[in-house]
Each structure stands twice: as structure tokens, then as C-alpha cells.
Ligand binder design. Structure first.
Ligand SMILES: [Fe+2]
Ligand SMILES: [Fe+2]
Length: 257
């Protein structure tokens, strides 16, 4: 990376931002679809009305990220682990899994990432976009937390345990990649993330090694383990989904629960 010219460096920065924002865009599209499902699936009228307002919020988020990315560069394809988690949420048979997967896990992760981006970007427009989006996401996370705190104790033990397992497997997928989902990033060519690096002449494997060594550097912390430690796992603990039964699974992933 040190040998890059100023022009290449700028090109790389734009592509890297477009790649990150593309993942937001895919997440927002997933949220839009998931909330549409929740309008139908949640059992009470208040829950339906709230989910309907969230559909409108997510449609606005899809629009704003798409516009911003296409001015900057291009939309990159979805990362396999995110794709797998969004699919699992959309295909889940219990609406409580959808609510936990989207409102509690994915939206908490988005909020943490937006916060980091707001602090690190030098682009005023992007700062405003992520600030306003994060305000909406905070409401969505609160809805999930309040709703699930009431709902989980009402569930049968087997169903609640399925939600606990679902949450753990979503965290495993997002933090380790899960080793699957190879179908979603361009038919076995390059992952879109890899392409961002190789197209400007950066050795991807070497760059990943350097990033690994800079795990505490805020510039590289967007999707790092601290995001989960600080923003996602504590929310799962708050709603009571990190029970003694599943806690060893979280510890295996390196979380102190
Ligand atoms: Fe959103
Ligand atoms: Fe949201």
C-alpha cells in the first residue's frame, strides 16, 4: 500500500468506501424485506403498525445509500456471510427469529458501524447520512429490545431455545464467515472485497495480514470483533438470549459472557 501513487490511493479510498456502503445497502434491502414480513407475522396491532413505519424508514435508507454509492463509484456485491445471515432471517419460520436477527443483531451492528463511520469520515454529506440513518436504527433496535423482552418469556421452552440457537449461529456466521455462502459473491471469480484491492494493484492477502495486525486501528475496526463485543452481544444479553445453555458457544467465539 505504501507504494501507491496519490491518484491510486484516492481511487482505492473511494472504492473501499463504496464497498463498505454497498454492504450497508444490501443490509438495508434485507431490512426492508424483513420488516415487510414482520408487518404480516407479528401477532398484535401495535407491533404491525410499528413495523409498517420501519418499512418506510428502510426504503428511505436503501434510496440514500444507493444514490451516494453510485455517485462515488459502483455498487459491489454482497459479502457471503451477510448474504447467508439475511437469507436465514428472511427464511426463518418464527417471527421472533426475524425480529432478533434483524432488529437486535443486524441493526445493532449497523448502528455501531455507522457510529464508527461518522467519527472517521471526512465527508460532511456522508457524516450527515450516517448520523440520520443511525437515529432511525436506534429506534428500530429499541423496538426489537422492548418487544423481545416481553415476548421471549411468553414462548415455549423449545421455541425460545430455537431463538437462542438462531442468534448464536447468526453471530458465528457474521464473525467467522461460517465457511459457507460461496454462491453469492460473483460466481467464484473474486469476492467484491478482494476486487477493490486487486484492481488498484494491492496484494489482497498481504493487505489482510496488515489489517489483522492493526485490529485496534479505528480505520479498520468497522467490522472487527469489537463491534460485536461492544454493540451486539450486550444487546443479546439484555434480552436474555445468552443463556447458560448457549454461553459456551459465545465463549468459543472469544466473547466474555
Ligand atoms: Fe436501515
Ligand atoms: Fe433499521
Amino acid at each position: 500500500m505504501k507504494a501507491l501513487s496519490d491518484e491510486k490511493r484516492e481511487q482505492f479510498a473511494a472504492r473501499r468506501s463504496a464497498w463498505t456502503l454497498s454492504q450497508f445497502l444490501h443490509g438495508e434491502q434485507g431490512a426492508l424485506l424483513c420488516c415487510g414480513q414482520l408487518v404480516e407475522a407479528v401477532p398484535d396491532m401495535d407491533g404491525k403498525l410499528y413495523a409498517a413505519t420501519q418499512v418506510v424508514d428502510e426504503a428511505r435508507h436503501v434510496e440514500v445509500f444507493h444514490r451516494y454509492i453510485t455517485r462515488l463509484d459502483q455498487v459491489y456485491s454482497i459479502e457471503p456471510s451477510l448474504h447467508a445471515v439475511l437469507n436465514a432471517i428472511l427464511e426463518a419460520d418464527l417471527w421472533q427469529m426475524k425480529c432478533v436477527g434483524m432488529q437486535v443483531i443486524t441493526e445493532s451492528l449497523a448502528m455501531g458501524t455507522f457510529k464508527s463511520m461518522k467519527e472517521n469520515t471526512r465527508d460532511d454529506l456522508l457524516r450527515k447520512v450516517v448520523e440520520l440513518t443511525a437515529q432511525d436504527e436506534a429506534r428500530h433496535v429499541s423496538y426489537g429490545l422492548i418487544y423481545m423482552k416481553e415476548e421471549l418469556p411468553r414462548m415455549s421452552d423449545p421455541d425460545r431455545e430455537r431463538v437462542e440457537d438462531f442468534a448464536l449461529s447468526a453471530i458465528r456466521l457474521l464473525t467467522t464467515g461460517g465457511g459457507g455462502g460461496a454462491d453469492s459473491s460473483g460466481g467464484g471469480i473474486l469476492s467484491s472485497r478482494e476486487a477493490v484491492y486487486t484492481e488498484v494493484g494491492i496484494d489482497y492477502d498481504e493487505a489482510m495480514r496488515e489489517i489483522g495486525e492493526k485490529a485496534n486501528d479505528p480505520e479498520f475496526a468497522d467490522s472487527g470483533p469489537r463491534m460485536f463485543e461492544d454493540h451486539v452481544v450486550p444487546q443479546l444479553q439484555r434480552v436474555g438470549l445468552v443463556t447458560d445453555r448457549v454461553a459456551p458457544g459465545y465463549r468459543e467465539l472469544g466473547f466474555e459472557v
